[in-house]
Design a protein around this ligand. Structure first.
Ligand SMILES: NC(=O)C1=CN([C@@H]2O[C@H](COP(=O)(O)OP(=O)(O)OC[C@H]3O[C@@H](n4cnc5c(N)ncnc54)[C@H](OP(=O)(O)O)[C@@H]3O)[C@@H](O)[C@H]2O)C=CC1
Ligand SMILES: O=C(O)C1=N[C@H](C(=O)O)C[C@H](O)C1
Length: 268
């Protein structure tokens, strides 16, 4: 039987690309779709495709009246947590693409997923090459403790830092040794120019730029004595890179209980 997907954010940049990919797949079926502005329309037509016979709901609660296995969320930072908790309470596994959730939010989501006996796979970036940036940066952090993250995005991106940068900094914080740079608290001047510190163990400074001309880029900058390593990912202007990773997550999220973060946790 095909895996039934409820898609929150079906008319968005990523949502439309997912509707097309789900409709074209043999093993997935769109069971429900959510968008406030397109409520009542057919999900296929609203995504610029032919009719799929799936009406769009205004809320996730309404869409979940139709049975499904997995909820995929590509909405907005202010609704993704409530959507995830609603989906878990309704017995769905969840794939979280929307960025903006904090480490505390994820701890709560993990607890609810454990209680519900369901899986949640969240990734700040579902593209394969962005996942490789993470992997290579974590390898570098084993040898070079001084690392900072630079996050570049469009002028309109509502969250800061990006999910990609946030997740990368949190992981680097766990993996690296203490930095040799002067602690920010000991600096004089405008300390905010040193960016925000993320991660519990050895917090990593993250610097976010928001301006026209960028889509989304993320750099891990490693500094050692007389040498430097920069590992950088640049996203293009289409949502295609995120589709394959998101649908892989939808296919695998039912195979575990609780929260996993990062596409690499289900790859290999
Ligand atoms: N993890 C990853 O790999 C990636 C993550 N992202 C993240 O995913 C999120 C979505 O990105 P993108 O597709 O560009 O966003 P868009 O703004 O293009 O789309 C958002 C979608 O969510 C819907 N939506 C917004 N608010 C609500 C609400 N309150 N209730 C129900 N539906 C709602 C919108 O429809 P309507 O307004 O009609 O309700 C629309 O369908 C962002 O946080 C982005 O950073 C993006 C790309 C990749
Ligand atoms: O807002 C976006 O557009 C994106 N957000 C994600 C993030 O916050 O990292 C990733 C994606 O590349 C696009």
């Amino acid at each position: 039987m095909a895996l039934r997907i409820t898609l929150a954010g079906s008319t968005g940049w990523v949502g439309k690309a997912l509707v097309a990919a789900i409709a074209a797949s043999d093993d997935l079926v769109l069971a429900g779709a959510v968008s406030r502005s397109a409520a009542g329309q057919d999900a296929g037509e609203a995504a610029g495709l032919s009719r799929l016979g799936v009406p769009i709901s205004a809320t996730l609660e309404e869409a979940l009246r139709e049975p499904s296995d997995v909820v995929i969320d590509y909405t907005k930072p202010d609704v993704v947590k409530a959507n995830t908790l609603t989906a878990l309470a309704q017995g769905r596994h969840v794939v979280v693409g929307t960025s903006g959730l904090s480490a505390e939010d994820y701890t709560e989501i993990d607890g609810e997923a454990q209680k519900a006996g369901r899986g949640v796979l969240a990734a700040g970036n579902f593209s394969i090459t962005a996942t490789l940036l993470r992997r290579f940066a974590l390898e570098a952090a084993r040898y070079v403790p001084d690392v900072e993250v630079i996050d570049y995005a469009s002028a309109k991106k509502p969250d800061t830092p990006s999910g990609t940068a946030r997740e990368l900094a949190e992981l680097l914080s766990e993996a690296r040794q203490p930095a040799t740079s002067k602690p920010v608290a000991e600096l004089t001047g405008v300390r905010e120019t040193r960016g925000g510190a993320l991660g519990a163990k050895e917090p990593v400074q993250v610097h976010s730029l928001r301006m026209p001309s960028f889509v989304l880029s993320c750099e891990a900058v490693f500094g050692a004595d007389n040498e430097r390593l920069v590992i950088r990912h640049d996203a293009g202007s289409s949502a295609a890179p995120y589709v394959a990773g998101t649908l892989l997550a939808a296919r695998r999220v039912g195979s575990f209980t609780g929260l996993r973060r990062g596409l690499d946790t289900i790859m290999d």
